[in-house]
Design a protein. Structure first.
Length: 122
């Protein structure tokens, strides 16, 4: 079995291939260089979320972390109508992410973005 090597560059290329918008790619790249342990779970989550939601608009971005002053977190935002199946998928993804990252200093999660579709295209 060949193990896949995860790099920041390959993850950003993967996001683009999956048609996931990158909000401020240099900022995302710096964050992933700072927390390389996020690469594998972010990659898996991007592929899983695109597979489950093939037509949803998605954006990967850095946002302020409300848990700490000056903190940052990586977020995959999904623009999609909420239904019970999607809510369960989001919970499962975030539970899996939390389990994998329990000892990480970096953080990543999946969130619904209920703003208009136009705002994701900006």
């Amino acid at each position: 079995m060949i193990r896949r090597r995860f790099t920041t560059h390959s993850l950003l290329q993967e996001a683009a291939a999956l048609k996931i918008e990158l909000a401020n790619a240099p900022s995302i790249e710096r964050y992933l260089h700072e927390y390389p342990d996020l690469l594998r779970i972010v990659s898996h989550t991007l592929r899983d979320s695109r597979g489950a939601l093939p037509s949803a608009a998605m954006r990967l971005e850095i946002e302020g972390d409300p848990r700490e002053i000056g903190g940052r977190t990586l977020v995959l935002r999904i623009l999609q109508q909420v239904d019970s199946a999607l809510s369960e998928s989001l919970q499962a993804w975030n539970d899996r992410i939390a389990q994998v990252l329990r000892y990480s200093d970096g953080w990543f999660h999946v969130s619904l973005d209920l703003r208009s579709g136009a705002s994701l295209q900006a």
